[in-house]
Design a protein around this ligand. Structure first.
Ligand code: ATR
Length: 291
């Protein structure tokens, strides 16, 4: 059955409830339905959150159906975060600047796009590892889409500097040149990684190095870090990467990637409902399936 038909049937089967969904391709692995349905339940909101596998060529019809069927909100994941921007009615300034949308709010048939990935990461970093990022020296390893989102959000916190280090230096340079800020934002290559880590207050891995099924790999040796610094990884499978384990043994504070996932969902929940997200219940639900 066509995915637009699936959405219609799902909407008809749950027509008394407020409806939300996530779209991606693939989507089967997504923990968002579990996490958001728990959040609605915890807050006694009569809502249902479903997952739909939408191929790129089905995206325009699907988005139109979301608008017309009154689906109140949608999360957007790989590979639709860029293309969805052309299909909605309004884009929040930050999402527009960073060039990706992962959350859509349906206000009376007007679809408004936001990006909660970067702000979700920063909220998680502040609540779980370091309360104040202002004046901190930050090193970000990797220069892909994930790095861009979190650097954009980190710049709003006025750190003392951000170094972007990438295997392909040209990509780091390009990323740095595309973001405007009063904060010193600099690009470097792998050769400078050890020395820059040694001097940093916060080192963030945004690459996939160390992710399941290669948990023994690490892009950064723990002993390169300054004692007491924060080691942060966007990976949440495993919950604690080799980088974080080594850094922790070296006297650093470890911050894993699960929090970013939880808080990007928490911000989406808050944009949709206007209520504070039940973050601990959401975390408990996701942890239960990951462990
Ligand atoms: P995402 O959108 O999730 O950030 P991406 O755009 O593919 O994914 O970016 C992945 C990042 O991880 C890139 O910066 C990539 O480096 P290159 O630009 O040199 O490709 C980095 N990366 C991936 N595998 C890596 C590896 N084995 N060693 C070092 N960096 C790696």
């Amino acid at each position: 059955m066509d995915v637009v038909q699936q959405l219609l049937q799902w909407q008809q089967a749950h027509s008394s409830k407020a409806l939300y969904c996530v779209i991606g391709d693939p989507i089967k692995q997504s923990k968002s339905p579990l996490m958001l349905n728990r959040a609605f339940e915890e807050c006694s909101i009569d809502a249902t959150y479903g997952a739909f596998q939408v191929a790129p060529d089905q995206l325009p019809q699907f988005v139109q159906a979301v608008r017309e069927l009154g689906i109140l909100g949608m999360n957007v994941t790989i590979p639709h975060k860029l293309h969805v921007m052309e299909l909605i009615d309004e884009i929040d300034a930050d999402a527009l600047n960073l060039g990706a949308v992962n959350t859509v709010v349906n206000r009376n048939g007007r679809l408004i796009g936001y990006n909660t990935d970067g702000i979700g990461y920063v909220r998680s970093l502040k609540e779980e590892a370091v309360a104040n990022i202002t004046n901190k020296k930050i090193v970000v390893v990797g220069a892909g889409g994930a790095a861009r989102g979190i650097i954009y959000a980190l710049l709003q916190e006025n750190p003392s500097s951000i170094y972007v280090i990438n295997r392909t230096v040209a990509k780091a340079k390009e990323l740095v040149a595309s973001l405007q800020s009063n904060v010193p934002l600099l690009a470097a290559g792998q050769a400078e990684l050890e020395q820059l880590c040694n001097d940093a207050d916060i080192v963030i891995n945004t690459t996939s190095v160390g992710m399941y099924p290669h948990p023994d790999e690490t892009p950064i040796a723990g002993h390169w870090m300054k004692f007491g610094a924060v080691a942060s990884d966007l990976i949440y499978n495993p919950l604690k990467t080799q980088f974080l384990l080594e850094a922790e043994q070296h006297g650093c504070i470890a911050h894993g990637g699960l929090g970013m996932f939880i808080y990007q969902g928490a911000f989406a929940f808050e944009y949709w409902t206007g209520q504070t997200a039940p973050v601990e219940a959401m975390r408990e639900t996701v942890l239960a399936v990951l462990q």
